[in-house]
Design a protein around this ligand. Structure first.
Ligand code: PEP
Ligand code: MG
Length: 577
């Protein structure tokens, strides 16, 4: 038995066998085991199998309208089809008399190094793709299962252990038998955590070195609430986990029934519970009757994994579709939030020392005005199909907000000239996700219809902690008292100006924090689709005045994180969750 500690990625517990997606590079034999022709043949065969698989996955992604994934798969296919690249590998096998896997690995390293040195971000991204394709081909030749095939059969209940999961890998997971996810890298707001929450399965992330202890097919238990992983558990641990799994199953049924009712506190105060979305996959499972709308529609997914900015028409169709899917409920469309970790070659974003502090989000939109105007026009046109709200990300100054609104007026003017319809009254709000916006809330209030607090970035910027860096994740803590005080400041300023405040970062659905959000006066929470029921259930057990007293006590009395957590844990236990 081995017990490992990572970070909570997505709630719940799970049992299953380890399905190891090969971390890092394998030790590859240089010597050949048969003839040189057999090695060359091995490479050809692996390419054939791999290309077939990619084609199948590509059509599957197209069928499911997963455009982003389809684009990634086409670029993988292009690499797998690159004849000169593989001819060079073949001549390396024959010239050096080495194994096919070893030769491919050498060629891959050489190419990746070459691409990595190039100034264009696009080429460096391409290096990652070449590396992925080669690693998958090597796994194919070595008979190592790197990824389960979505179209195929993943066999028994399993927990995926991966270094990290890319969107291209995500598509191939056989979700029917997938019980949980564990990653070596990443933190609670990484792609894997968000994916697991959307799927409603537990995840432990940022396991670090401990990850290497896991062996393929070994029985494992994971607890996504505490970030615990147990490998080869003893019978007592298995029994305890089985009980917890059963308990969670019952609770899930309770949450499912809570989803059907609007969220309301014990004293009758309604709190809207919306969902965060962006990918086609999330939208396929979106059920407007189970939530109060879309609180955050991340438009950047429309812009990533492609070769050029999406056109006016393409964007309009996407925004119209999501608006219609919301069935008359509000849809908060956030303007482009790229930069940081989200980039595409065609955007020609500069290489930066500190990308999260650099050229990103509204800064890019205000700089590339035509790109911004195109997006604003598309959103405005979609606004006639339902209740669209517009939201600007990463605001740090009043000037930025005023400039963005000025461009919105220009976009309206352009539509009027073209005789196109739009909703003149479309509400406009901002993400409060920087300490600057928190401190400026009272000045920003007169110019917005709503605030939405992005705790993912707010924690990152308040605590000066990179949200993707697992070495310092202990500082990326949603309970950090400075962050809680920031939310309190925003709520106070907004209330004075009659501006509603919601929260759309991952902390919105953190069970121990929901009582605090209610006490501080937020009017809405926007959460991963899989957490709507749990969030509504917790809200229904809270009394507003009692939570107000608790919230005031917490934000004014404590300095230590442990005391904040203890107080909130005791409060939640007394409320029965
Ligand atoms: C946030 O920062 O909390 C947020 C919701 O935005 P994103 O995670 O897309 O940066
Ligand atoms: Mg953000």
């Amino acid at each position: 038995m081995v017990e490992l500690k990572g970070l909570p990625g997505a709630p719940g517990v799970a049992a299953g066998r380890v399905l190891l997606l090969q971390p890092g590079r394998m030790q590859l034999p240089k010597e050949i085991s048969g003839t040189l022709s057999a090695e060359v043949e091995k490479l050809k065969k692996a390419r054939e199998v791999y290309r077939d698989r990619l084609k199948k996955l590509h059509s599957f992604a197209k069928e499911q309208q997963e455009e982003e994934n389809a684009a990634i798969l086409s670029s993988y296919l292009e690499i797998a089809d690159d004849a000169p690249f593989f001819e060079e590998v073949e001549s390396l096998i024959r010239r050096e008399k080495v194994s096919a896997a070893w030769a491919l690995d050498q060629k891959c390293r050489y190419t990746v190094e070459l691409f990595d040195k190039l100034p264009e971000e696009y080429m460096r991204q391409r290096a990652e793709d070449v590396d992925n394709v080669c690693r998958e081909l090597i796994c194919e030749m070595q008979g190592v299962k790197r990824l389960e095939h979505k179209v195929g059969d993943a066999g028994e209940d399993h927990i995926i252990f991966a270094e990290d999961l890319t969107p291209a890998e995500t598509i191939r997971l056989d979700k029917k038998k997938l019980r949980g996810l564990v990653t070596q890298k990443g933190g609670p707001t990484s792609h894997t955590s968000i994916l697991a929450k959307n799927l409603g399965i537990p995840a432990v992330v940022g396991l670090g070195e401990g990850f290497l202890k896991a062996k393929g097919k070994e029985p494992a238990l994971i607890d996504g609430d505490t970030g615990t992983v147990i490998l080869s558990p003893n019978s007592e641990q298995t029994r305890r986990f089985s009980e917890k799994i059963l308990y969670n199953k019952e609770r899930r049924e309770q949450y499912l029934s809570a989803e059907k009712r609007p969220a309301c506190t014990l004293d009758g105060r309604p709190i809207s519970v919306c969902v965060n979305t962006g990918s086609e996959e999330d939208l396929r499972d979106f059920k407007p009757e189970r939530c109060d709308g879309i609180g955050l529609y991340r438009t950047e997914l429309l812009y990533l994994g492609r070769d050029a900015f999406p056109s006016d028409e393409e964007q309009y169709e996407a925004y119209k579709k999501v608006t219609e899917q919301a069935g008359g409920k509000p849809v908060t469309i956030r303007t482009l939030d790229v930069g940081g970790d989200k980039t595409a070659g065609y955007m020609h974003l500069p290489e930066e020392q500190n990308p999260f502090l650099g050229y990103r989000a509204i800064r890019i939109s205000l700089d590339k005005k035509e790109v911004f105007l195109t997006q604003l026009r598309s959103i405005l046109r979609a606004s006639v199909h339902g209740k669209v709200q517009l939201m600007f990300p990463m605001i740090v100054t009043l000037e930025e907000l005023l400039q963005a609104k000025e461009l919105l007026s220009q976009a309206k003017e352009q539509l009027r000239e073209r005789g196109e319809k739009y909703n003149e009254e479309m509400p406009v709000g901002i993400m409060v996700e920087t300490p600057a916006a928190v401190l400026l809330c009272d000045r920003l209030s007169p110019h917005v219809d709503f605030f939405s607090i992005g705790t993912n970035d707010l924690i990152q910027y308040t605590t000066a902690t990179d949200r993707m860096n697992e070495r310092i994740q202990y500082l990326f803590d949603p309970f950090n008292i400075s962050v809680l005080r920031s939310v309190s400041l925003v709520c106070e300023a907004a209330q004075r100006h009659g501006v509603p405040v919601s929260i759309c970062g991952e902390s919105a659905s953190e069970p121990w924090l929901i009582p605090l959000w209610v006490g501080l006066g937020v009017s809405g929470l926007s959460v991963s689709p899989g957490l709507v029921g749990r969030t509504k259930t917790i809200i229904s057990r809270l009394d507003t005045s009692e939570m107000q007293r608790e919230a005031q006590h917490i934000v004014t009395s404590f300095g230590e994180l442990d005391r904040v957590k203890k107080q909130l844990r005791q409060l939640c236990e007394s409320l029965g969750f």
